[in-house]
Design a protein around this ligand. Structure first.
Ligand SMILES: [Zn+2]
Length: 282
C-alpha cells in the first residue's frame, strides 16, 4: 500500500495505487482540491477531526462507498473512515463528484440505522457534489471547462425540470411516501433524480450560506435517525429541531458565532422549503 498524506488535512491519506493512468501527485492534487472546498467553508479544524483513507475500488467492490470504523463489520480497519471511489480512468470531474459525496458522509458521520430519513443526508451529499464540481469548474483551465460543464449539466438536468415551476414543498408532499419508504435514492435512476430535486434546493442554500453548510457536521448525534419513525411532517419537524439544537450547542465564541448563525439559518430554510411551516403567532 502506497499511502500519501494530504497537504490540506494531515489526518487524511490517499492510497495512490490502483488508479490506472494517474500519477500519485495528480490523485493527491485532486483530493486536496476537494478538501480545500470543505476547508474554506467549514474551517480547517473540522478537517482534522478524523483519520481517513481514500482509495480506488478494485475488482467488483461496490463503490463509491464510505466505511465508518464505528460499524461492527469495519472494526478491523485502522482509520475512522475508509472512502472508496470507482474512478477508473482520467476523469477529474467524476473524481470531484464522487469524492464530494463520500467526503460529506465522513463529515456528517451519518449512516442512520433506520432508513426513513436517510434521503435528507443522501440529498445533502448530492448537493455537495454539485457545489464542489461547480466551484472547481470555475478554477479549471478554459479548455477543461466544457467537460466539467457537461458533467454537471447531465447530473442536474434530469432533476431540474421537476424542480422548476414547482415548489419543493409541493414536490415533497406529492412524493412523501416514496421518500420515506425508499430513502437511499440510488437504487434506480428515478430515485436519484428525485433526491436531486432536494439536492438542488440544498445547493441554493450552500451558495447562500457557505459557512452554514457545516451544519452537516451536526446531523450526527440526532437520535431520531436511529428511531423507526412513522412518516409524518411532525417527525420531520422533530428531526430538524434536534438538528438545530445540535448546531446551537457548539461554542458561541466570537470566532464561531457567525458559523452557528449561518448553520441555523441553513437548517431552518431547508425545513421551510420542505414543509412551509405555519407562522408562529405567539
Ligand atoms: Zn451516499
Amino acid at each position: 500500500m502506497n499511502l500519501v498524506k494530504s497537504k490540506v488535512a494531515e489526518t487524511w491519506a490517499v492510497n495512490v495505487e490502483k488508479w490506472p493512468g494517474e500519477t500519485p501527485e495528480r490523485i493527491l492534487q485532486l483530493t486536496d482540491e476537494v478538501l480545500s472546498v470543505f476547508a474554506e467553508c467549514f474551517g480547517e479544524d473540522v478537517l482534522h477531526q478524523r483519520e481517513v483513507m481514500l482509495e480506488n475500488a478494485c475488482g467488483n467492490e461496490y463503490a463509491p462507498i464510505t466505511y465508518p470504523k464505528r460499524y461492527h463489520a469495519n472494526q478491523a480497519q485502522s482509520v475512522d473512515y475508509r472512502v472508496v471511489l470507482n474512478n477508473t480512468v482520467n476523469r477529474p470531474y467524476q473524481f470531484y463528484y464522487q469524492a464530494a459525496h463520500e467526503f460529506s458522509h465522513v463529515f456528517m458521520e451519518c449512516y442512520p440505522g433506520a432508513k426513513h430519513l436517510k434521503w435528507i443526508s443522501e440529498s445533502m451529499c448530492d448537493a455537495a457534489s454539485f457545489f464542489v464540481l461547480a466551484k472547481l469548474m470555475k478554477l479549471s483551465p478554459e479548455n477543461k471547462k466544457s467537460y466539467f460543464n457537461s458533467y454537471l449539466a447531465s447530473a442536474t438536468s434530469q432533476s431540474l425540470p421537476m424542480f422548476q415551476g414547482q415548489a419543493v414543498s409541493e414536490f415533497y408532499k406529492e412524493n412523501k411516501d416514496c421518500f420515506w419508504t425508499c430513502p437511499h435514492g440510488l437504487r434506480s435512476k428515478g430515485f436519484r433524480v428525485r433526491n436531486g430535486v432536494i439536492a438542488l434546493k440544498m445547493l441554493e442554500l450552500i451558495e447562500k450560506y457557505p459557512r452554514g453548510w457545516a451544519c452537516i457536521t451536526k446531523m450526527r448525534d440526532t437520535p431520531l435517525f436511529e428511531l423507526n419513525l412513522e412518516p409524518s411532517d411532525k417527525a420531520i419537524e422533530l428531526y430538524f429541531n434536534t438538528w438545530m439544537l445540535n448546531c446551537s450547542s457548539q461554542s458561541h465564541d466570537s470566532e464561531n458565532l457567525g458559523h452557528v448563525e449561518e448553520q441555523l439559518a441553513f437548517v431552518y430554510a431547508l425545513l421551510q422549503a420542505l414543509l412551509v411551516l405555519e407562522q408562529d403567532h405567539t
